[in-house]
Design a protein around this ligand. Structure first.
Ligand SMILES: [Zn+2]
Length: 332
C-alpha cells in the first residue's frame, strides 16, 4: 500500500515535471519566434537590409555596401574582369551605413504604395545580368543557352569592336535588354570627373543606338555604385554621379547576388552555388554575371542555374521599365 502511494507520488511528480517542461518549451518557442519575426521586420527596412532589392530600389542612394568588392577593385582597376566580384549578400549586410540623405528618405515616403505593388510582382523573379561583354567566344554561347531555355536577360556592355557589333544586334533581336556599362571600363579615366563619366555613358549610348536602334537608359556603374576605388580619382564622385544619372533619366542597377564568375568563384560549381544558395522567393534577385572573353565559369554554370531556378519555381525577366532599381549604398 505504502509502495503504491510512493509510486503514485512518483507518477504525479513525473507528470508535473513533464508539464513544467512543456510550458518552458512553449514559452521559449514563443520568445524565439517573436525574435525571428522582429528580425524579419528589420530586414524589411531598406536602410538595414542589403539583400532585399525591392527595398533597395526606392532609396536609390542608400542601401548596400560591399567592402569586399572594393578591396578586389582596388587591385584590379585596369582589368576589365574582376571589378564586380565578391558581393555576397551576407557580407554586405554587415556593412550598413546610416548616412541616408534627406532626398532618399523623401523618395521612400513618396513611393511607399508603389513599392508595395512592385514588391509583390518581383518576388521570386530573377534578372540575369551579364557585364563586360560582348565577346566573340562567350556571348554567342550565352545567347544560345538563353534561347534554348527561353529565358530573357540583360547585357551591360562596354565598347565593342566592329566584328562584335552583330552580337549587339542579336541581343536585341532575341528579346534581351542592352544596358550601358561604359564605353571605357577604366576607373582612372571614367571616374575622374562628372564630365568624363557622363561622356563615357553618352558615347556608348550613341554607339549602341547606331548599332541597334535602341536608346537604352539602363546602366550599371563599373564596380557598382558602391565602389570606393573611384574615390582615388575624384572624392565624392559616386554621390555626384548617382544623382546626375537619375537627373538625366538613367536608371542604374547594382545587384544583390554576385555569381563570383569574374573572380571569387574557383569554378563553374562555385558559380552555381553562389547564385543558387542566395536566391530568394521573398524578393527580386538581381544576379551579377559576366560575358567577357574567356569567362567559361559563368557560361558553364548558366544552364544548371536556369534548370535549378525553374525547378524551384522562380521566373526570369529582363530589365525593363517595370524593373525596380537595385542600388547599393554609395560610399564615395
Ligand atoms: Zn564591369
Amino acid at each position: 500500500m505504502e509502495n503504491k502511494e510512493i509510486n503514485m507520488s512518483k507518477v504525479i511528480i513525473t507528470a508535473i515535471s513533464a508539464l513544467i517542461l512543456v510550458i518552458i518549451i512553449a514559452v521559449l518557442t514563443k520568445v524565439l519566434t517573436s525574435k525571428k519575426q522582429a528580425a524579419e521586420v528589420v530586414s524589411e527596412n531598406p536602410q538595414t537590409q542589403v539583400a532585399s532589392g525591392e527595398n533597395v530600389w526606392k532609396t536609390t542612394n542608400t542601401t548596400l555596401t560591399e567592402a569586399n568588392v572594393n578591396n578586389t577593385q582596388a587591385t584590379n582597376q585596369e582589368a576589365n574582369t574582376n571589378q564586380e566580384t565578391n558581393t555576397n549578400v551576407e557580407q554586405t549586410q554587415n556593412n550598413q551605413n546610416s548616412n541616408n540623405e534627406p532626398k532618399a528618405n523623401e523618395q521612400n515616403t513618396a513611393n511607399t504604395s508603389a513599392t508595395t505593388e512592385k514588391k509583390k510582382s518581383t518576388e521570386g523573379v530573377i534578372w540575369l545580368t551579364f557585364d563586360d561583354g560582348p565577346s566573340a567566344n562567350i556571348t554567342p554561347k550565352i545567347l544560345d543557352i538563353l534561347k534554348k531555355e527561353n529565358v530573357k536577360a540583360t547585357f551591360f556592355v562596354i565598347n565593342y569592336s566592329n566584328s562584335n557589333e552583330h552580337l549587339l544586334k542579336r541581343i536585341v533581336a532575341e528579346g534581351h535588354t542592352i544596358g550601358i556599362h561604359g564605353y571605357s571600363h577604366e576607373y582612372s579615366k571614367i571616374y575622374k570627373s562628372k564630365e568624363t563619366f557622363m561622356n563615357n555613358v553618352y558615347t556608348l549610348q550613341d554607339r549602341i543606338f547606331k548599332s541597334t536602334g535602341v536608346k537604352t537608359m539602363y546602366t550599371r556603374f563599373p564596380g557598382g555604385s558602391s565602389n570606393t576605388v573611384s574615390r582615388k580619382y575624384c572624392k565624392g564622385i559616386m554621390t555626384e554621379l548617382t544623382k546626375e544619372m537619375l537627373a538625366k533619366g538613367f536608371k542604374y542597377y547594382d545587384w544583390n547576388i554576385s555569381s563570383g564568375d569574374a573572380g571569387g568563384a574557383k569554378n563553374a560549381k562555385d558559380v552555381y552555388k553562389n547564385v543558387t544558395k542566395n536566391l530568394s522567393k521573398k524578393r527580386g534577385n538581381m544576379v551579377l554575371m559576366h560575358d567577357f572573353g574567356g569567362n567559361k565559369k559563368g557560361l558553364e554554370a548558366l544552364p544548371e542555374i536556369i534548370k535549378y531556378a525553374k525547378k524551384e519555381g522562380y521566373t526570369f525577366s529582363k530589365i525593363d521599365d517595370d524593373t525596380p532599381m537595385y542600388a547599393q549604398h554609395v560610399n564615395n
